[in-house]
Design a protein around this ligand. Sequence first.
Ligand code: MN
Length: 233
Amino acid sequence: MSILNRREIMTLAGAAGVTAMFGATARSASAAATLPDLLYAKDALEPYIDAKTMEIHHDRHHQGYVNNLNNALADHPQLQEMPLDKLLADLDAVPESIRTAVRNNGGGHLNHSLFWRMMAPGGGEKDRGAIGAAIDSTFGSQENFQQTLGAAAGGQFGSGWAWLVASKGKLEVISTANQDSPVSLGKMPLLGVDVWEHAYYLKYQNKRADYVTAWWNVVNWDFVNQLFSQAKG
Ligand code: MN
């Protein structure tokens, strides 16, 4: 159930594209995590997600997770070489002294690396593709699915995420606190919405539900289907 390793995350963006992301695992010169570039302009998700929020969220918050993860792993070269999702899937194997830092910042790095790809300009229900049938079969309809995910997003007290995940061959909606990743629960993330206030407060203030409603307009179903294919494979 390997989703992305550290080196794949390093090349998440740019010309490499989705194929390379799931392909080569060649060693890089450095195992340090790096912030992936966005594949679209910071104002590309307007009016649903504003450019200033994207700038602060990507350039500062995500960069912070990257820096803190690298700091936590600085004296643990053998852990630096592990795929990030494997590291998060077995946190008990991480030394206690850095476990919380890896959980929070490794989770933050993985979650956000996926999140930027789970969004794109011009998303929408019409583009659901292959996962659309699975969503309708599981939840009854796209509308019901959006209500279920929206309820998980709204019900997450404080900071966290709401997710569509693949778990034991089935689709499921869950929420996680802080930067906890579904992979730490043995589940594969397919679509996630960040409900930390840093994701929406500039534009939506306390109106998290309005943000989540707007966010559906920028869901990148192509990428969701890439992850869905990985989950099935
Ligand atoms: Mn965030």
